[in-house]
Design a protein around this ligand. Structure first.
Ligand SMILES: [Zn+2]
Length: 90
C-alpha cells in the first residue's frame, strides 16, 4: 500500500491556452463581468461562467493576444488588460 496519488479529490480544469489539465489550485480563473474578462482573485470561488489559465506566462500572453477567452466562453468578450507580472510568484 504505497499509493502516492495526491490527485484524488482535487478537481481539474483545462487551461484554455495549452489545453493541459491542472488542479484548480494551479490555475487562474477568469470570469466575464460586464462584458469584460476579469481575473478572479485567488481563493475566491465565483459561480457562473468562467475559464481557466495555467500559471504559464506564455499561456496568458497567448490567450490575450488570440483572445482565447471569447472562444472558451462562447461569447464575444474583450480580452483582459492584465499586467503580466509573474515574478512575484515564481
Ligand atoms: Zn496553459
Amino acid at each position: 500500500m504505497r499509493l502516492m496519488a495526491p490527485s484524488g479529490h482535487i478537481p481539474r480544469r483545462t487551461c484554455i491556452s495549452c489545453r493541459k489539465r491542472f488542479p484548480v489550485g494551479q490555475l487562474r480563473k477568469f470570469k466575464v463581468v460586464g462584458g469584460e474578462v476579469t481575473l478572479i482573485p485567488h481563493g475566491r470561488f465565483e459561480e457562473g461562467r468562467g475559464c481557466y489559465l495555467c500559471l504559464s506566462d506564455s499561456c496568458l500572453k497567448k490567450a490575450i493576444s488570440k483572445n482565447l477567452f471569447s472562444r472558451a466562453l462562447k461569447s464575444p468578450v474583450s480580452a483582459p488588460v492584465v499586467e503580466i507580472d509573474y515574478t512575484k510568484e515564481g
